[in-house]
Design a protein around this ligand. Sequence first.
Ligand code: DGJ
Length: 697
Amino acid sequence: MIHHLRAAGTSFVLDARGTGVPVIAHWGSDLGALSRAALESLVDTLIPAVGPSSVDSPLRQSILPVMADGWSGRPGIAGHHEGGTSPAPAFVLSGAELLDAGLRITLDATSLTVVVDIELTPDGVLRQRLAVTNTGDRDYALASLDATLPVPTRARELLDFTGRWPRERQPQRHDIANGTWTRDSRHGRPGHDNAFLMVAGTAGFSFRAGEVWGAHLAWSGDQRLWAESGSTGHRLLGGGELLDPGEVRLATGESYESPWLVSAYSDAGLDGLARGFHRFIRSRRRLPTRKVMLNTWEAVYFDQSAGRLIELADAAAEVGVERFVLDDGWMTGRTDDRRALGDWTVDPVKWPLGLHPLVDHVLSLGMDFGLWVEPEMVSLDSAVAREHPEWVLGAYDNGALPLPWRFQQVLDLANPDAFAHVHAQLSALLREYPISYLKWDQNRDLLGGSAHRHTTATYALMDALRAEFPGLEVESCSSGGGRVDLGVIERTDRVWPSDTNDSLERQSIYRWTAGLVPPEFLGAHLGAATAHTTGRTHELSFRLATALFGHAGIEWDVSTLAPDDRAAVAEWVAVYKRHRALLHSGDVVRSDAGDAARWVHGVVAADASSALFAVVAMTATRDAVEGPATLPGLDPTREYRVTPVRLGAWPRVVQDAMPPWWADGSVTMSGRMLAAAGIPMPLLAPEQALVLEVTAV
Ligand code: DGJ
């Protein structure tokens, strides 16, 4: 049978006729409603010629490419049955089941069964997951089980990401050449340099234009994403968990399930992809209103005392903060980052009455309370490591532990006793205090032990706590943005995209992270004037404009603010509250137009009735007078009023006079004119941003 899945401008056609492994005949632009006969004829027509010096039948990409089908690219499954030689598997189709959202295909080889789940969601997101079961009588050592998707050869350019602490998700782009471009992550977490999203696209694809095919692996452990192009004519995107030899060994009857490869197609550039991904994520995760938070980290670091923090809580409440999050430093003996991870009890020296005085005060101010934890880690200088040195993960064959990283080691959560210890301590805290929010940190690469087992155990701990404490919100942090993926987003409510609160860095981190993750999941904090991570200084209005487009928070000692700044922050909080329903449900748009020095991004309401944009001067512009800034993504047929929003102060400009429309306070234009002609902007000095409120009239 031929299966045709269609949604949101995308078609996926699977040729599952006969007994061979089903072939992906098409993934891309919607083919329209097709009769059975039309589908058959299309699929038959798409069968390629037989190449010279090749197998004697046409080479087509299946959902599990293997040698037995003539495939010489990277195989969909690799492994061996232990003891003796193990012939390569040849699969036949043994079942095709229609599921609510897609298909389940069962493939049998002599000693293996592989089940492939394929879903095309209503938002056009294609998800694939594979499960292998050892049906032989010897153990099966799995090397890899990967999902792959064909892209047409007109996809000529590839975009993926790299980065470092605290400069995550920086784009890298090149032409696709023959060979395999693989991005391995062996950090035990995706890592700051994670490929994140791999996008193949037609020449020159951009935010707003071009055909693009993108894939992301929903997994928080070791992984690889790749693009492969071969002289046999195949071109594909693939992804799967990166397994160590022997890490997954299946006894007879045992199974391994891969993470989901989450992919999408768009003929409207990267914004089209983002829209599909965001809608898909939103359909799975309904988040509560994103409260404005204050996180204590950059305000006080380890210098915690009830008096100091109560003062900070008072100042936070005064500017309109709704949640107060106590960061690292509250646990027994945690005077710095060299000790006490793994002992999840409140420090009796800093907190002689427990956290109660602070928590009670925070609640009395109408805010709720959040707490930082790092459940997967252990300091060797801790009670738990002294009592249970065997719980430290990853000792090598010479007995040595992995090199310390931020003076810490990983706790072996896959050990049921270690798991039970952390679980009991965290549950006790959640029972003792009215904690509505956990900031769940993870601050090192594993560098030993099984990343597969560790990731699975971490997910299990998150799942257990969420089930036990419904309503608990969890933020995923990993030295900033070392773990931003759709696996962790299935079970957490926010990610911390980066440890930098430098607004210039943040503009770029937001621009690219929001290509996959919706803004309401992206923590965005207002930091001190001089950023702690870079030493760069920015004016308040630029910092406010930058921290508006996400889940807003403050990470600054607001108890020390001058009255003007305090008023500006309070006004910003009010603006955020007024616009958060839009910011957290609309479509992210990023303009292609203009000089690389001036970025325009925004969020347009799903019904296009309103939008919020930011025009950002990243550096000095090439020309003294820049062309108009275009605002994409609005309804071309509607009229909109565009009004600049003052955040504390207007951005600094370098000009002799404002564009004339400014004197009127706003300008009204159609969505078509805003996208095509745009509006002349005040000539922003470098590292300044202007926020624009857009309302249909
Ligand atoms: C790393 C995180 O990214 C920071 O935000 C902060 O929570 C520190 N850890 C605390 O140790």
